[in-house]
Design a protein around this ligand. Structure first.
Ligand code: MD3
Ligand code: FE
Length: 225
């Protein structure tokens, strides 16, 4: 790139010294995107995910209003998130198997705790991990996460597989939203005054990931009780 006597005419984006996007981005007063934060653990995360899904397979929840959600869902940890005609809740039993949810794998817990720590929430002990699976076209409409008992703890989210455009709104449904692209290995932490902000996921675009194929998997770690 540094040829003698010539000025570089284009920026070589593949050079080792090319400018990199910041590894950490602040998207709210207490919300942080930690780019690629999960990648050092990926070889342990994927087999652990398979083992959870063998015990608690993905299913499409039906909202109390009768709509089938386009993202498929499973959970692990002490509590999982369920829908019923009576509303949304956390439950210690998977209604589909009648069994407790699979234990939260050690590597999941480690990742959630490290990310929370890095974002200024030391001592996070999640008791629930929701696992969403999106195929191209799936989305999640703007909503708030208000079924947890403990809003003082953050939510930690881990994106794997094909990209998504995350929508981050305000405390009122009609507040403006910012769009945040999320890629394989990115981790986001939301807490404090950002914990009850509206958020959603735009319809996932067709793409293929070398390890996960045509899907996006998202873990959200919470303290439910
Ligand atoms: C911001 N999942 O499961 S994770 C959900 O990508 C959910 O699957 C999305 O929203 C997904 O409830 C987004 C990001 C997320 C989760 C909880 C939040 C963002 C949040 C709570 C408060 C503010
Ligand atoms: Fe949510």
């Amino acid at each position: 790139m540094h040829r003698k006597g010539t000025l570089p005419t284009t920026l070589d984006l593949f050079a080792d010294d090319a400018p990199q996007p910041p590894a950490t981005e602040r998207i709210g007063p207490r919300s942080w995107v930690l780019r690629s934060f999960a990648l050092p653990l990926i070889d342990r995360l994927l087999p652990a995910l398979d083992s959870v899904l063998a015990q608690a397979p993905f299913r499409h929840m039906v909202t109390p209003g009768g709509h089938t959600m386009s993202a498929a869902l499973s959970s692990c940890g002490s509590f999982g998130w369920i829908t019923s005609p009576r509303g949304y809740a956390y439950s210690s039993i998977d209604p589909q198997t009648g069994q407790p949810w699979p234990a939260m794998p050690e590597v999941f817990f480690e990742l959630a705790q490290q990310a929370a720590d890095a974002a200024g929430f030391p001592g996070f002990v999640p008791d629930a991990c929701l696992i969403n699976r999106y195929i191209p076209g799936a989305k999640m409409s703007l909503h708030q996460d208000k079924d947890e008992q403990a809003y003082e703890w953050p939510v930690v989210s881990v994106s794997l597989g094909i990209p998504a455009m995350f929508l981050f709104g305000g405390l009122a449904r009609n507040d403006a939203t910012q769009r945040v692209p999320l890629f394989h290995g990115d981790v986001v932490v939301w807490g404090g005054e950002d914990r009850l902000r509206f958020h959603g996921v735009m319809p996932i675009k067709q793409a293929e990931h070398p390890q996960l194929g045509e899907q996006r998997i998202n873990f959200t770690f919470r303290k439910a009780r």
